[in-house]
Design a binder for this molecule. Structure first.
Ligand SMILES: Cc1ncc(COP(=O)(O)O)c(C=O)c1O
Length: 383
């Protein structure tokens, strides 16, 4: 029987060693306070210090965080959101009875394109939701200018953002609020969880009430809130994970650079562009495969490459396909005759390769060699 090489997963959660978290989990169990207590506060304080933001509010997920932020910032009518993102950037709008208006993305960074956003603004627009796609900081300065000029709220879906920085400052410092995720695929996995950052003490205070059903503590709800509290057990994992965040992000950047230097120059293969004044967290490492041979393309599609890698027991993922505006619950919000040509191109040609914080270099090298074999195979066939 032939022995298959070990499967390389797309990602694995890099949780802190159990010996580090175990005493704290024990303390939680013994304390009788299982949710929204001391370790949640410790996690928030660590996030505030690490990101250099005055306010961090821990919630049960980035999705619930976005739902609360949209509500408490009083968004109304239309909200501009990218289509090239995970659907959870846009679902919180529907929960708040808001109308998503989908903007196109930048062809190089895949982040929301400020020019596309500006063209979509109407009298009904109240806000922009921007995303730091795959951990590459969005065009913060241009987006801030557009939001200010049109008097709009600016919220960053920073689900991929832990470990990334914009012009030397960590993400978390921009817009009216930023919302991070601590789910298992992120750089600081807590199991589940989210962190909202804001410079507004008032917003942070309201968010803390809203995540607890809207009850300010006197059993007399004054906000339409929900149960978006984080459990103390998750907070222990998140708190310990943030301690190692910079190390994890540094490791990912090293592995991503290895991919880039060794895959550079393959016909039709390009990388996400990280602006020179930014550091990406590389929550995902995604490549574009332009199949068109007439433009010196690869001569095969992203799906061909995914199938080739799968045969060699290497997992990949088509993040983000289909784009949000083509998904069932969102189709009705598409503006008449609206085209998102860059989003359509990127979503049809993108592929995420395996990358996680504690991944061995040898695994990356196997992926690189296998991608190169795929190019050789199709090149030989074309002869
Ligand atoms: C861009 C983006 N936004 C929001 C979310 C939702 O995060 P959570 O799972 O913490 O709700 C994700 C999850 O992966 C995401 O990728």
């Amino acid at each position: 029987m032939t022995k298959h090489p070990a499967r390389i997963p797309l990602t694995r959660p890099s949780t802190p060693p159990f010996s580090v978290v175990a005493p704290h989990l024990k303390k939680v169990a013994a304390s009788g306070f299982l949710t929204n207590a001391g370790y949640v506060r410790k996690l928030e304080q660590r996030a505030e210090k690490l990101l250099g933001v005055p306010q961090a509010v821990a919630v049960s997920s980035a999705t619930s965080g976005l739902m609360l932020v949209n509500r408490l910032l009083g968004l109304t009518g239309e909200v501009i959101v990218p289509s090239f993102t995970f659907f959870a950037s846009a679902l919180p709008l529907l929960w708040n009875n808001l109308t998503p208006v989908f903007c196109d993305c930048d062809p190089e960074t895949f982040n929301p394109d400020p020019k596309s956003i500006e063209r979509l603004i109407t009298k009904k627009t109240s806000a922009i939701i921007a995303v730091h796609v795959f951990g590459c900081p969005a065009a913060v300065s241009a987006l801030t200018r557009v939001a200010k000029k049109h008097n709009l709220r600016l919220i960053f879906d920073a689900a991929h953002g832990f470990g990334a920085s914009y012009r030397g400052k960590p993400l978390g410092n921009y817009g009216d609020a930023e919302v991070f995720s601590l789910s298992p695929t992120k750089l600081a996995p807590a199991g589940e969880g989210g962190i909202i950052t804001t410079r507004s003490a008032e917003l942070a205070k309201e968010l803390k009430i809203a995540r607890d059903y809207g009850n300010p503590g006197d059993y007399d709800c004054r906000i339409v809130g929900m149960n978006a509290r984080m459990s103390e057990f998750n907070a222990v994992f998140g708190w310990a994970a943030l301690q190692r965040l910079l190390q994890m992000a540094g490791r990912r950047r090293k592995l991503a650079e290895r991919y880039k230097t060794r895959l550079a120059g393959l016909p039709g293969l390009t990388f996400q562009k990280i602006p020179p004044d930014c550091l990406s967290s590389y929550k995902d490492f995604s490549i574009l495969i332009d199949p068109a041979p007439e433009c010196a393309g690869a001569g095969f599609t992203r799906d061909d490459l995914a199938a080739f890698l799968a045969e060699q027991h290497i997992d990949t993922r088509k993040y983000f396909y289909p784009p949000v505006h083509r998904q069932k619950v969102f189709r009705e919000y598409r503006r008449k005759n609206q085209q998102l040509p860059i989003t359509d191109y990127v979503t049809d040609n993108i592929l995420s390769l395996p990358l996680y914080s504690h991944q061995k270099t040898a695994e990356i090298d196997r992926v690189i060699q296998t991608v190169k074999s795929c190019f050789r195979k199709f090149h030989d066939q074309a002869k």
